[in-house]
Write a protein that binds this ligand. Sequence first.
Ligand SMILES: [Zn+2]
Length: 157
Amino acid sequence: MEYTTRYCKYCDETKPITEWYIHKNGAPYYKCRSCTRHDERKRRNKNIEDSCGSMFVPLNAGVFADEQQKECVHSILNSLGFRYNEDNKIWWKDGYRKEDGTFVKLRPYKPKLNRKKITMEVIKEIYRLYYEEGMKKVNIARELGVSDTYVCELLKK
Ligand SMILES: [Zn+2]
């Protein structure tokens, strides 16, 4: 199908086909270029408003695209209990970070408990304890030093 002009019901005008964007399949858009652009701009501006003033969040801390974005970030951090130190430009909060920027001592890393390696003997023992002794799954896991999840998965089969 060939078009030379086309009617746009959004602006109520008939325009030459060169005023339309064309889909990859060759069909023109259902709105003319100018209506498409207008809607795209409207959509973009709404996005900007919905995302604290700018879609583009600068990568540097304390640097904002505009006032609205700055207010938004400050309001979020304030509501989380953070306070801003104007002198050193640092957000701080009791129990997390001190006003001078040093972090409060974090909990030490605890490695996972060493679980027993699962061998055929362990599997047989799990079945025996469950089906012969009638032991609860959680107790089997504790007894044999394997995870609860493993015991449950195994006995599901
Ligand atoms: Zn139009």
